[in-house]
Write a protein that binds this ligand. Structure first.
Ligand code: DGY
Length: 325
C-alpha cells in the first residue's frame, strides 16, 4: 500500500524527520522560517503534493480563509505545538479536518523557561550579563544590582494546567507560596496546597510574581492590561511563557517604566518574531526568543506526538490520541 503523503512546513529534529520519512511519503522542508506568504504557500504545496496530512507549527497561519481553501484530500493538521491559536479550529471542524497537538511532553521544559525568566527578572541576571559583556563591570560592590529573593514570596500562576502546575512544583522548591487563578478549581491532588482564587482582584493583590500560562485567542487578548496591572502589588514581577497576545504591551511597558512592576521576563510576543519596541531599551525586562519547549528531548518528543497522531488517522484508520477542538 502506498504511504500517505505528509507535508511538513518546518525543518524538524533529525530523528523526527528520519521517522517521518520511514513511515510516510514525507515532503520535508529544511527551512526554519515559515514559508513566505505562509497561508497561500501552504495551500499551494498541499494542493501540489496531494498531501492527506499537514505537519505545521506555531507561526504557520492557518486562518479560516486558508482552511476553507484547503483541498479535499487534506484530512489532518498535526501541529508541532501544544498551542493551537494559529489554527482556526472552528473552520477545520466545519471542513471535517482533524486537528491534533502535542500536550504533556513540553510542560516541564516550558516551566523551566518560566522559572529561568522568573530568576532572571528577580535577580537582574540579564542586566548583569550585559554589564560584564560590555566591559562595564568595575568589581564587586555592596549595593550593585540588588534584586529580589524569591524565597518566601508568593507565585501567582495564571492558568493552572500542566505547565503552570510544573512551575508551581519548582517554586515550592524555592520555598515560595503558590496561588493560582484558573477557569475552575482543580482537584486537591493537583493543587498540592496551592491557593485557588475565583476572581482577578484577590489573586493579583496577593502575589509577588505573576506567571502567565493561558492560551492565545480572542478570549484572552490583552488580559494583562493597565487595570489588572494596577491591581498588582507595587514591586511585583510578571513572567509570560504562554502567548504574547495575552499582554497589553504598552500597559506593561508603562508599569515597568514607572517601577510599579519591578521587572518582567518574556518568552512570547504579540506578532512575534517582532518584539514590541518599548521593551528593548528597558533594563528590567528579560527577553527570550520563544524557547519554552526548546530542548533536544522535548522537541524529539513533540515530533513523536505528531507522528503518533498522523499515523493513527492516516495509517491505522483510528481517531488520533491528541485531537483538539
Ligand atoms: C507551543 O507548543 O505552543 C509552544 O509555544 C511552541 O509553539
Amino acid at each position: 500500500m502506498a504511504k500517505p503523503t505528509v507535508l511538513v512546513t518546518r525543518h524538524l529534529p533529525d530523528g523526527v524527520e528520519a521517522r517521518l520519512a520511514g513511515m510516510f511519503d514525507a515532503r520535508l522542508n529544511n527551512a526554519d522560517e515559515p514559508w513566505s506568504g505562509n497561508g497561500a504557500e501552504i495551500l499551494r504545496r498541499v494542493a501540489e503534493s496531494g498531501a492527506t496530512g499537514l505537519l505545521c507549527a506555531a507561526g504557520d497561519a492557518l486562518n479560516a480563509q486558508t482552511i476553507g481553501a484547503l483541498p479535499e484530500h487534506l484530512r489532518i493538521i498535526a501541529t508541532f505545538s501544544v498551542g493551537t491559536d494559529h489554527i482556526d479550529l472552528e473552520a477545520a471542524r466545519s471542513r471535517g479536518i482533524v486537528v491534533t497537538n502535542t500536550p504533556d511532553v513540553l510542560s516541564f521544559a516550558t516551566a523551566e523557561i518560566a522559572f529561568t525568566l522568573m530568576l532572571m527578572a528577580a535577580r537582574r541576571a540579564g542586566e548583569g550579563e550585559r554589564l560584564v559583556r560590555a566591559g562595564g563591570w568595575t568589581g564587586w560592590a555592596p549595593t550593585q544590582l540588588m534584586g529580589m529573593t524569591l524565597e518566601g514570596k508568593t507565585l501567582g500562576v495564571l492558568g493552572f494546567g500542566r505547565i503552570g502546575r510544573e512551575l508551581a512544583q519548582m517554586a515550592r522548591g524555592m520555598r515560595m507560596a503558590v496561588h493560582y487563578r484558573n477557569r475552575s478549581r482543580v482537584a486537591p491532588e493537583l493543587e498540592q496546597g496551592a491557593v485557588y482564587h475565583d476572581n482577578d482582584e484577590g489573586f493579583l493583590a496577593a502575589i509577588d510574581v505573576l506567571s502567565m500560562h493561558i492560551p492565545g485567542g480572542a478570549a484572552t487578548a490583552k488580559w494583562l492590561n493597565a487595570e489588572r496591572l494596577a491591581l498588582m502589588k507595587a514591586g511585583a514581577m510578571v513572567v509570560n511563557t504562554g502567548r504574547g497576545t495575552t499582554v497589553d504591551d504598552a500597559a506593561l511597558v508603562a508599569a515597568l517604566r514607572s517601577g510599579h512592576i519591578a521587572a518582567a521576563g518574556l518568552d512570547v510576543y504579540d506578532g512575534e518574531p517582532r518584539v514590541y519596541s518599548g521593551y528593548l531599551p528597558l533594563e528590567n525586562v528579560a527577553l527570550l526568543p520563544h524557547l519554552g519547549s526548546a530542548t533536544v528531548e522535548t522537541r524529539q518528543a513533540m515530533g513523536e506526538r505528531c507522528i503518533e497522531n498522523l499515523a493513527a488517522l492516516l495509517i491505522e484508520g483510528r481517531t488520533p490520541p491528541h485531537c483538539v477542538g
